[in-house]
Design a protein around this ligand. Structure first.
Ligand SMILES: *Cc1c(COP(=O)(O)O)cnc(C)c1O
Length: 369
């Protein structure tokens, strides 16, 4: 028998979350962001659930090729644009739309020979200071692009750094003001919102919503603003389940310790379950005592240090648990139980994004039907 761990991808939950994103931005088109191999889900595995999107946004030419190979004929957007001039040949061949965020990318386009002109997303650095033209340089970049026969359309684009936080703690007001002031006179479609902005700001602000929203994490059943809001608050469903089984149990007496470094000491007689899942499977080593784990669908506390191949769980809430009992590390458990990946990530001092992207290569993954 293979080691009892597996990951399960839920296409129906992906489709549900996509509909939720649409509900928040009813008149906008939706890019399903599938970078990082669909946030660790696997592009091929996620595709069935996300094919109701208006386009797919990603980073690598290789990923774009894979989406085309799945039969997708609609828009594909390269969120970081081309990395060198000859990437444009692939853009022309596969009809890829691409972001332009620096001057050299315009030079490459100007020198590029193409039959069909390109759809370009011109990125404004409205304050995040990663990619994009400064407000003072944006208009001249736009004028240069508009003069090129290689360009069919220019969509005005920016990205928010703090859309997951309320206005007092950040929010989008400052960057929105910069975008609005810079692009006020410019024609063309607009694209601003990641998941957090789509959920929190798009519903009541048509200008922020723009023509295209770009949700990623929300499609994968993680709340971008956890712990302020949870997936239950946003009506999202887990799209990735990491499940395993108990492979041993141990009865402890007060004073007995568990695992490396003896981090956990039993204060009372208790039973511990040993789960076939460790950090080599993508479970975060930084998870603290009390990180939730479902055993037979019931919430238990992880205790002791996470090791490469095992984690240990306090079985007090599930006296019936035994070797072979079903364990849900995150996602959808038996009997409709849900353990949001955000709760596990939070207990490990990280975010759902990192856990799903870091699912271990050795974990067999299947698609739910
Ligand atoms: C990754 C990314 C998104 C999606 O962000 P989420 O927080 O996952 O919704 C949107 N836009 C750009 C430019 C990105 O790089």
């Amino acid at each position: 028998m293979p080691r009892p761990i597996e990951a399960v991808i839920h296409p129906q939950a992906l489709a549900h979350n996509l509909r939720r994103a649409r509900d928040h931005a009813p008149d906008a088109r939706v890019w399903a962001v599938v970078k990082a191999n669909a946030y660790g889900h696997g592009i091929e595995r996620a595709f069935a659930g996300l094919q109701g999107a208006d386009g797919f946004a990603l980073l690598d030419l290789d990923e774009a090729q894979r989406v085309r190979a799945l039969g997708w004929r609609g828009p594909i957007l390269l969120l970081e644009g081309c990395f060198e001039a000859r990437d444009l040949e692939v853009c022309s061949r596969l009809s890829l739309w691409h972001t332009v965020h620096r001057e050299a990318q315009i030079d490459w386009l100007a020198a590029h020979k193409t039959q069909a002109p390109h759809h370009v997303f011109l990125k404004l650095n409205s304050g995040m200071n990663r990619l994009g033209f400064k407000p003072s340089a944006y208009r001249s970049a736009w004028l240069r692009l508009s003069g090129l026969t290689q360009v069919e359309s220019i969509t005005l684009m920016t990205h928010f750094s703090d859309a997951d936080r309320s206005e007092s703690g950040g929010g989008i007001a400052r960057q929105w003001a910069v975008f609005e002031a810079t692009t006020r006179e410019m024609p063309g479609e607009r694209s601003l919102c990641n998941s957090a902005a789509t959920l929190r700001h798009a519903p009541d602000n048509a200008a922020v919503r723009g023509d295209w929203v770009r949700p990623g994490i929300a499609l994968y059943g993680s709340a971008p603003d956890f712990p302020e809001r949870s997936i239950a608050d946003w009506g999202l469903q887990p799209t990735m389940t990491l499940r395993s089984e108990l492979i041993a149990t141990q009865d402890l007496q007060p004073g007995d310790t568990v695992g490396y470094g003896s981090r956990y000491t039993a204060a009372r007689p208790m039973r511990i379950g040993v789960v076939a899942c460790g950090y080599a499977d993508g479970y975060p080593r930084s998870a603290c005592d009390g990180t939730p784990v479902l055993v037979e669908g019931t919430r238990c506390d992880m205790v002791g240090r996470v090791s490469m191949d095992m984690v240990t769980v306090d079985l007090t809430p599930v006296p019936t648990a035994q070797v072979g009992s079903e364990v849900t590390l995150w996602g959808q458990g038996p009997g409709g139980a849900v353990l949001p990946i955000d709760e596990v990530a939070h207990a490990a001092g990280t975010v759902g994004y990192e856990l799903m992207c870091a699912l271990g290569l050795r974990v067999p993954t299947r698609v739910d039907d």
